[in-house]
Design a protein around this ligand. Sequence first.
Ligand code: C5P
Length: 220
Amino acid sequence: GKPLVIAIDGPSGSGKSSVSKEVARRLKLAYLDTGAMYRALTWYCLNNGIDLTDGAAVEQASKTMPLEISTSTGTEYVAVNGTDITEEIRDPRISSSVSAVATTLGARTELIRRQRRLIEQHHHRMVVEGRDITTVVAPGAEVRMLLTASEEARLRRRGIQLGGTQSKAQLAAQVIQRDAKDSTVVNFTQAADGVVTLDSSDLDFEETVDIALNIVGKVI
Ligand code: C5P
């Protein structure tokens, strides 16, 4: 088929992952969760005793990490060196350290290189989700979207996702502080030129997916 890269960026709790997966499923496209790659690298560094403030060591780890990531819709699978870490990379231990890894520029360069290679391997037919996909990884994507939501909506969704056991202050610490750290290296709060903003604050999941599919429909 013709190239169809759908790049979707947004902050945490915006519904980015669930919406991206559903768009991929509906369009029968491959799906890449780039956040999972930063999480896997964080896991790999922590498990190898690498100091996350040592940029050169983190960069080196990004190059040697034997990462396996599923790109087929509906099968979430992330492994490093044969160890299945699909679930573990969602742990607070990883979430609280991932920004340190993601702000290491050398490691970003390497992960971006791997992401572009995966897009090529899928003949440029893929939904790719993250923070810098519309701007850095695939600025030439056929469809570029910024999925946003109010802080209130994002905290509510993340709270539900984590089982509703955390206080609002705990959630805010996790979501808002991580976004603040991440935004020191990538701008995912404002849409770049040519990027469509989809604000899901007052939309439910189905409505958001419908609008996203409509945006895609306009270019294909
Ligand atoms: O999307 P998710 O919350 O799983 O991403 C985890 C982390 O990976 C983010 O907080 C950010 O530090 C990093 N990330 C990034 N660039 C991307 C995707 C994720 O820096 N394209």
